[in-house]
Write a protein that binds this ligand. Structure first.
Ligand code: LUZ
Ligand code: MOS
Length: 763
């Protein structure tokens, strides 16, 4: 039986406003958009090789199929054949050369999707193959990079390493991860008047879709409207990589003046889209006898795939999180974005942070085993304290690392747990248990400072109901519920009066994607500002009507109060009065995170609004005959700040934890040497299900003051808890060590049952 022990106050928690339509199957996704009569359907034709020159391409048989409308290639692009965001290095459609298996070459538009799929099989292509690079190491050896490497430095590691009592070096590998959003990538484009196009897209970044479509079509952004109702999951996979499908649908609409729908099926999605970046790492860690980490050096080879996509930003976040929740005086970290012939890898919950943390946790586990201490002793001795400096120059304030760690240790009785496990292991020969602690520290803000802004547009309608538009994209994380809560609490009106509108580039422009765990903070703060603007005008109306002064007016339960005394004036009366007085009932507000900055020439600054902390304790049981394992307990103390929505935040912690454990233990992306995806279906790519999630999950909210930079002091919760899952790797390692004392720890994730079995019997 799986269970979650509740430490959260869910009595007063606002229920996710989408739950009603979700369970009834009434929630709308792109595929549910009302299609116009005569809408065409499209399928992408993609490269059947990972690298080569296109020698010949013959569409004639496909074009003759009945019901085929037209096949589009790069030759049909009126603007630029370019979709690269950070670096212009990625075409929408391949031209002369293909760079990864699954790279789009053409768009087949037909009367039905079935016909388009049939036509795809009739396309003849000849490719002269070129050498294929699938690993970051190979790419580095051949000098194949996306951009120049980046390094962060603090203190002097080479001097410090000379004086350390212990120095250990090693290698790590963490594999990629498939996003597996339940709703695959897709878009629907429809022609409006005068060459204007409206796109419904399953994207985390509506502005990115709008901007790229305008670029490819060679038109102004004002001609493209992008609308998003909600996503069936994103996890970073739709921050950048929702764009090409929307652009393709719009390109076809541009030429045909007809609506076009393009929704990838699961196989096409798995093959054509990038994933979490695999990372190869090397580390050197220097410690003193007192267990202090004096120096840490690491080099990260990021397998970026065939184009930049978001890789440079992801590489940067790896450096930001290289020392996790520890203070290390001397740090030197370098990351290389290595260009390979895989689909461009992309954002995935944690955004390079998890990959960075896996390396230092590996280094600590390695050091502990050599020094004959427990990893938790080294972890504990190095936790970040108030006013410690990060390698990127930010001074740590409102640090909760030690408090989270100590709370976890005491509330969950780590000593007893460890003793119980030791006893169990003494008494059992073929089953062993393992325990690991995993502290986290995650920086909140887009590391690219200029992206940290948002806007909100609020209309109060004359009947007193309210419509809210922001840049926030609802992708299951519950941001719309949080936004609704903000407005409802602020105006003290019935939640039924408030509607969260779709995310639309015409209503809210020039937005950053819903990403970086920052969506509720940025859009919530903008919404609060808009509400404040409206309230100040409404107070003036009320004070005039009630012969009072503005400062004495408050709203409660749809009634106007003067000096805390209820009046006859209701919310609806107040709005009617404002209308009569021709007072604007609409407000547009802008929020930009204050105080943050970063200087890339020095690699120093203050990039994060704040950090999120926490500690997890994970225990697992390994079946030492079969190599299979189960997670018994995961107990966490998590820093929510002052959670504004305990139910939604708990859901984020549980989901992120399980996603992290999946990445570390069972989700194994596999490409062959020719660059073909082997884990290309749900039968060959295994994600956690009800049977593999921890039997028992407990989360204790850390009691803290919260942070003023967080919305209502409720800290960002989307990504940080994923990194608790890293502890899963080390819990399994410890169980293996209890069975096989000859086992030399390796740091090669995911720790699949096959690898566990080999390790149990390695010499
Ligand atoms: N996306 C992004 C992100 O563009 N910049 C970031 O810093 C980031 N961090 C986490 C997740 N997505
Ligand atoms: Mo992201 S990894 O789209 O927050």
């Amino acid at each position: 039986m799986n269970k979650t022990v509740l430490h959260h106050d869910l009595k007063n928690a606002v229920k996710n406003i989408d739950s009603f339509t979700h369970v009834r199957g009434e929630s709308l996704y792109v595929d549910d958009v009302n299609v116009r009569q005569g809408t065409y359907h499209a399928v992408v034709f993609d490269a059947p090789k990972a690298h080569g020159i296109i020698k010949s391409l013959n569409y004639s048989k496909a074009e003759k199929l009945e019901g085929i409308i037209r096949i589009f290639t790069y030759k049909d692009i009126p603007g630029e054949n370019q979709i690269g965001g950070i670096i212009p290095d990625e075409t929408l459609f391949a031209e002369k050369e293909v760079h990864f298996w699954g790279q789009p070459i053409a768009l087949i538009v037909a009367e039905t999707e079935f016909i388009a799929r049939q036509a795809r099989r009739l396309i003849e292509i000849e490719i002269e193959e070129l050498p294929v690079i699938t690993t970051a190491k190979e790419a580095k050896a051949k000098g194949s990079f996306i951009n120049a490497p980046r390094s962060f430095e603090l203190g002097d590691t080479s001097e410090a390493l000379k004086k350390c009592d212990y120095v250990f070096e090693g290698e790590t590998f963490s594999n990629g991860q498939e996003h597996l959003y339940i709703e695959a990538q897709g878009a629907y484009a429809e022609p409006l008047e005068n060459g204007n196009i409206k796109i419904s897209s399953s994207t985390q970044g509506p502005t990115q879709v709008q901007k790229t479509t305008a670029r490819v079509l060679g038109v102004g952004m004002h001609k493209i409207e992008v609308d998003v109702t909600r996503l069936g999951g994103g996890f970073g996979g739709k921050e950048d990589q929702a764009t090409p499908w929307a652009v393709m649908a719009a390109l076809a609409t541009f030429h045909l003046n007809q609506s076009v729908k393009l929704i990838l099926n699961r196989h096409d999605d798995l093959r054509m889209t990038g994933k979490r970046h695999p990372y190869e790492g090397t580390y050197k860690i220097g410690l003193n006898k007192n267990l202090k980490i004096v120096a840490f050096e690491a080099e990260y080879l990021q397998n970026s795939g065939a184009a930049a996509d978001l890789s440079p930003a992801i590489a940067e976040r790896t450096l930001f999180h290289a020392t996790n929740s520890y203070f290390v005086k001397n740090v030197k970290t370098t990351v290389y974005s290595c260009k390979t012939n895989l689909p461009p890898n992309t954002a995935f919950r944690g955004f390079g942070g998890p990959q960075g943390k896996f390396v230092i946790e590996s280094a600590i586990a390695h050091a502990a085993s050599e020094m004959g201490v427990l990893p938790m002793e080294i972890q504990e001795a190095n936790l970040l304290k108030e006013n410690d400096v990060f390698s990127y120059g930010q001074i740590a304030t409102q640090v909760e690392a030690i408090k989270a760690w100590n709370t976890a240790k005491s509330k969950f009785n780590v000593k007893d747990l460890q003793n119980e496990i030791d006893r169990f292991n003494d008494q059992n020969d073929s089953i062993k248990k393992g325990l690991a602690l995993m502290p986290i520290c995650f920086g909140i803000s887009f590391t690219n400072t200029p992206m940290n802004h948002a806007r909100a547009l609020v209309h109060i309608y004359q009947d007193g109901s309210i419509g809210i538009s922001t840049a926030a994209v609802e992708m299951g994380q519950g941001v719309n519920t949080k936004l609704l809560q903000i407005a409802v609490d602020f105006f003290s009106v019935d939640p039924k009066k408030v509607k969260i509108e779709t995310t639309n580039t015409t209503r809210v422009a020039n937005t950053s994607p819903s990403a970086a765990s920052s969506t509720a903070d940025l859009n919530g703060k903008a919404l609060l500002k808009a509400c404040e603007g409206l309230l100040s005008r409404l107070k003036t109306v009320a004070s005039k009507a009630l012969n009072a002064s503005d400062e004495d007016i408050t709203l409660d339960n749809e009634t106007v109060y003067v000096n805390n005394k209820a009046t006859q004036l209701t919310w609806n009366d107040l709005i009617s009065q404002a209308m009569l007085e021709r007072v604007s009932l609409s407000e547009n507000a802008h929020y930009a995170t204050p105080k943050i900055h970063f200087d890339k020439t020095k690699e120093k600054g203050h990039p994060f609004a704040y950090h999120v902390y926490g500690t997890a304790i994970l225990t697992c049981t390994v079946d030492c005959i079969r190599g299979i394992y189960e997670f018994d307990d995961v107990k966490m103390v998590h820093d929510y700040g002052k959670s504004m929505s305990t139910g939604i935040d708990l859901g984020q912690v549980e989901g992120a934890l399980v996603q992290g454990i999946g990445w570390m233990t069972m989700e194994e992306i596999a490409y062959n040497e020719q660059g073909k995806l082997l884990s290309n279906a749900l039968s060959t790519y295994k994600v956690p299900d009800l049977f593999s999630v921890p039997k028992n999950i407990e989360v204790i909210p850390l009691e803290t003051e919260g942070n003023d930079m967080a919305i209502l002091k409720s800290k960002a919760v989307g990504e940080p808890p994923l990194m608790y899952g890293i502890g899963a790797y080390f819990a399994i390692q410890n169980a293996i060590l209890a069975f096989n004392p000859n086992y030399t720890m390796t740091f090669n994730a995911p720790m699949t049952p096959e690898k566990v079995l080999m390790s149990l019997y390695s010499k």
